[in-house]
Write a protein that binds this ligand. Structure first.
Ligand SMILES: Nc1ncnc2c1ncn2[C@@H]1O[C@H](COP(=O)(O)OP(=O)(O)OP(=O)(O)O)[C@@H](O)[C@H]1O
Ligand SMILES: [Mg+2]
Length: 337
């Protein structure tokens, strides 16, 4: 187990800046998930951590040691790729043993580690098979076993489940969660799948065009997104955005003028006395159409008089459901969730 620190890590390919001043601190035993749009730099960041790419500038520390110039094996990191990249002519046993033999471990240690790893991953009955005689899920477990067998301090996963069908993905995801519990090793996991990210992560790192937008627990990102990008990226179906005018109200938060709806007061912190054009974000599950409200017997609530009006959907919003930020051109009077 080891902690990891990135200090202003940058990566350029030629003149293209792919990773832009990324800093983060990952604790011992944490399960970190990287998410972000295609091409934002998730795999590159993972490869920089693994030592498969060189860092242009910035520091990478494992525990307290700077590892920028160490080779991948010297860093004590194991990596699992989307394409399992197993050796097709080698048995499951030899695939798992490969890295250990390369590290010149003695025969007995290799045998013990392979069998122990196979047991944890429930591959013990398949050790003599070739990869072509395995299912996708079994192959991915062999790839995980190969990374695990050397007992790395940190395990990296780059979209390891995206080649599996939906049912197998859920099953293997649960296995990875159990594996993390059992090994307690630090894991960094890249995925496009929101459910994977929200269920596996202790903390999620949201990347956008090579920089970090926000780092936080799944709940923090969902309930308190730090930017409009995060608000729109996390959550499926996505958050709705509405352009409004917001005005600070010292006592109650802020008054928001919503086109075609009217004025509403929301418990939203806005700099005192300021008025600004803002974007109001509402999670789909917090919008309840009036007929549904009536069917749910909400008529007796304090807002019953407006429940039948179309505008009353806004009364269904709760304090945790909105996010507001100024439009790019209106810099003063920023509202934040
Ligand atoms: N060896 C390379 N040379 C030049 N550009 C590269 C190289 N590797 C990656 N890139 C560029 O760096 C950017 C980030 O790529 P990366 O593979 O890290 O994205 P990603 O977030 O993993 O995307 P995806 O979700 O599609 O896997 C892309 O624009 C890509 O074209
Ligand atoms: Mg990638």
């Amino acid at each position: 187990m080891a902690g990891l620190t990135l200090e202003r890590v940058n990566k350029r390919f030629g003149s293209t800046q792919v990773i832009d001043d990324v800093s983060m601190q990952i604790d011992n035993g944490e399960f970190i998930v990287f998410v972000g749009p295609s091409g934002c730099g998730k795999s590159t960041l993972l490869r920089l951590i693994a030592g498969l790419e060189s860092i242009t500038h910035g520091d990478l520390m494992i525990d307290d040691q700077r590892v920028n110039n160490l080779t991948p094996p010297e860093r004590g990191i194991g990596m699992v790729f989307q394409s399992y990249a197993l050796y097709p002519h080698m048995s499951v046993y030899d695939n798992i043993a490969f890295g250990l033999k390369l590290a010149k471990q003695d025969k007995q240690t290799v045998d013990e580690r392979v069998r122990q790893t196979a047991k944890i991953l429930q591959l013990d009955g398949l050790l003599e098979r070739l990869p072509k005689a395995l299912s996708g899920g079994q192959r991915q477990r062999v790839a995980i076993g190969r990374a695990m067998a050397r007992e790395p301090k940190i395990l990296l996963f780059d979209e390891p489940l995206s080649n599996l069908d939906a049912a197998l993905r859920v099953q293997t995801r649960n296995e990875i969660a159990r594996l993390h519990e059992r090994l307690g090793s630090t894991m960094i996991y890249v995925t496009h799948d929101q459910v994977e990210a929200m269920t596996l992560a202790d903390r999620i790192v949201v990347l956008n065009a090579g920089h970090v937008e926000q780092i936080g627990t799944p709940r923090e990102l969902y309930e308190r997104p730090a930017s409009r990008f995060v608000a729109g990226f996390i959550g499926s179906p996505k958050m709705n955005f509405i352009q409004v005018t917001a005005e600070a109200d010292a006592e109650q938060g802020c008054r928001v003028e919503i086109p075609a709806v009217g004025q509403r007061t929301l418990p939203l912190a806005l700099s005192a006395g300021s008025t600004s054009e803002a974007t109001l974000g509402v999670r789909p599950e917090h919008l309840i159409p009036p007929p549904a409200r009536a069917a749910m017997g909400w008529k007796s609530s304090t807002s019953s008089t407006s429940a039948a009006k179309p505008t009353s959907i806004w009364n269904a919003m709760t304090a945790s459901c909105w996010y507001a930020a100024p439009r790019p051109q209106a810099r003063s009077g920023a509202a934040s969730g």
